[in-house]
Design a protein around this ligand. Sequence first.
Ligand SMILES: *[C@@H]1O[C@H](CO)[C@@H](O)[C@H](O)[C@H]1NC(C)=O
Ligand SMILES: *[C@@H]1O[C@H](CO)[C@@H](O)[C@H](O)[C@H]1NC(C)=O
Length: 349
Amino acid sequence: MVPSETLQYVGIVQLLLHFSWKWVGLIAMDNQAGEHFLRTMEQMLSENGICSAFTKRAPVKNQANTVAELIPTFYSNSSFLLDTQVKVIVVYGETSTIVWVATGIWLTSLSGGSEYLEQSSSWKVWIITAQIDFSLIDFQKSWNMGIFHGALSFTLHTDKVPGFQTFANIRKPSWAKEDGFIKYFWESVFDCVFLSADMQTETGKICTGEETLESVPATVFELRMTGHSYSVYNAVHALARALQNMHSSTPSKKVMANEDGLASLQVKPWQLHSFLQRIAFNNSAGDEISLNDHGELAGGFDITNVVTFPNNSYVRIKIGMLDPHSPPGKELTIHEDTIEWHKNLTQVR
Ligand SMILES: *[C@@H]1O[C@H](CO)[C@@H](O)[C@H](O)[C@H]1NC(C)=O
Ligand SMILES: *[C@@H]1O[C@H](CO)[C@@H](O)[C@H](O)[C@H]1NC(C)=O
C-alpha cells in the first residue's frame, strides 16, 4: 500500500534540479536495496548533470543496534561531514540509517569541538527518503533534533483520519485487556515502570497510567497519523473490503465460525488477489484508495520540511508533493517560500 519507489527517485532528481544543487552526497543503507538506490541514483544524477560528491554505506539495523556499536563504523568514515563543498546530502534507508548519520554528527562535533556546530559552512540540507522515520523511541529522547532542522523529507502521503487523534489521546494502559503491547509502549514512551506483584524493588519512576501522549515530543510519538500508519490503515481497510467483496460474491457456506467465535474463511490466500486488485474506495479521510496495474498504490508522496523546536520536538510541514498523475517531468510541486532552512545556512542555492 505504498507508492512506487521509482517515483521517489524521480522526485529527488527534480528537487535537486529545482534548487540547482549540482554537487550532492549520497548515503544509503548497506544492503541490496541501498545498492539499488545508489546505482539508480548515480545514473539518474549523471543524466541530469548532477555530480555525486561521495557515496557512503551505513550499516543496517541488525549489524549495528546501539550507538556504541555504531561508533567504530564511523571513526574512519566521517570526514565527509566536514566537506564544506557538499551542501546537500540525500539519505536513503531506514531509521537506523539516520541514527548512524546523527551519531556521526555527534562524534564529529565531539572531536571538532563546538567549532563544528557553529561553522556555518559545514551545515547541510538533508534530503530524507520516505522509509526513514524520526520517531525512534529509545534513541531520540536525548538526541539533539536541531541538526535536522530544515531537512526536506519525502513522506508517504497521509491525511487527517477523523477521530484518530482523539482515539490516540484517550488510550490508557488500563484498557489493556486485548492489547498486549500498550504497557510496554507506555513504559518506553514515559520512561517509567508499572508496579507489579512480583517486583522486588522499586527503581525509577512509577507509571501512573494517567500520563498523556499529548505531552510527549514528536520525536517520541507523533500524535498525527504518520504516512506509515496511514498506509497500514489503508491496507487493513482494503483487505477488509476485499474479504467482504469475496464473501458477498460467494455462497455463504464458505464462512464458518471457529471456537473463538471468529469467522474463519475457508479460502486460500491467493483467492483474494483478484478482489484486492479491483479494490477502489474512498477512505474516511476522503482519499480514493486504488491500486495500479502493478498492484501498487496509485498515490504519491508528500514533501515535508522538518521544523524543530528548542524542546527537541518537531513538526513536519507539508511544502510540496509528488503526483504520479502529472505529466513526466512535472511530478514535483514545491512551495519554496514556505520552507524553513537551517539558520546556519546562509545561501540555499
Ligand atoms: C515544544 O515547543 C513547541 C513550540 O514552542 C510547542 O508547540 C510544543 O507543544 C512543545 N512540545 C512539547 C512536547 O512540549
Ligand atoms: C470518491 O469520491 C469522489 C468525490 O466525491 C467520487 O467522485 C468518486 O467516485 C469516489 N470513488 C469511489 C471509488 O467511491
